[in-house]
Design a protein around this ligand. Sequence first.
Ligand SMILES: Nc1ncnc2c1ncn2[C@@H]1O[C@H](COP(=O)(O)OP(=O)(O)O)[C@@H](O)[C@H]1O
Ligand SMILES: [Mg+2]
Length: 236
Amino acid sequence: MIDSFERFPFCLPSVRALDNLPLHPKVTYFIGENGSGKSTLLEAIAVSLGFNAEGGGKNFSFGTRRSHSVLHEYLRVAKGFRRARDGYFLRAESFFNVATEIENLDKEPFGGPPIINHYGGLSLHEQSHGESFMALLTKRFGGQGLYLLDEPEAALSPQRQLAALARIHTLVEDDSQFIIATHSPILMAYPDARIYQFGEDGITELQYRDTEHYQVTRAFLANPEGMIRTLFDDKD
Ligand SMILES: Nc1ncnc2c1ncn2[C@@H]1O[C@H](COP(=O)(O)OP(=O)(O)O)[C@@H](O)[C@H]1O
Ligand SMILES: [Mg+2]
């Protein structure tokens, strides 16, 4: 039973309206304004699937931040007939902590090869944010997996976003499934996907070209000077 729709997370329109949210077998996107509940839902899905709320693979169990919301207790994530062999929950804001955790674990080896080997062998702290994210995507993600990514674009140049899309495609072809919260009109362009927009009216499905991200970016790039002028004039 939900005790109050006034309290977080049930106060969020997207969470309140949540009933049945069919995930695309390949890629599902969560888009919408800041604060609309994308991370809250992604985290709840992750926790209910057995991932650490802080991020990482399923064997990570460290915690350095505030506790996660109770939403996972109210979710039932229906699993398909395929069993995911691999999995990862990436929280952009705590990837740094995951990198630290890997270094700490590798300081006290437990017999097997160092964990960092799964990420290409180079300390994630000694690479740029974008490089370490690409190492995660190309080295650590091994296919037949479920990958939950929260705003991965922060680290990535446009070229790298394209490279990330190509890598996502390769992993999808190898029976992987992605759920990605993003603001990037490039990253959200995977063709075989479902886009859910979180907003005041709950969660709505949209086509790629109908998203604000696509339309605003397109209008802006078609006429940056004109758009800037209008924007600045409005302020006067
Ligand atoms: N632990 C929490 N307690 C109370 N409010 C929270 C908590 N975590 C997030 N919120 C609020 O819930 C809203 C949705 O947050 P979030 O899911 O992070 O949004 P998004 O990822 O879509 O930007 C925000 O207004 C945020 O301030
Ligand atoms: Mg978020």
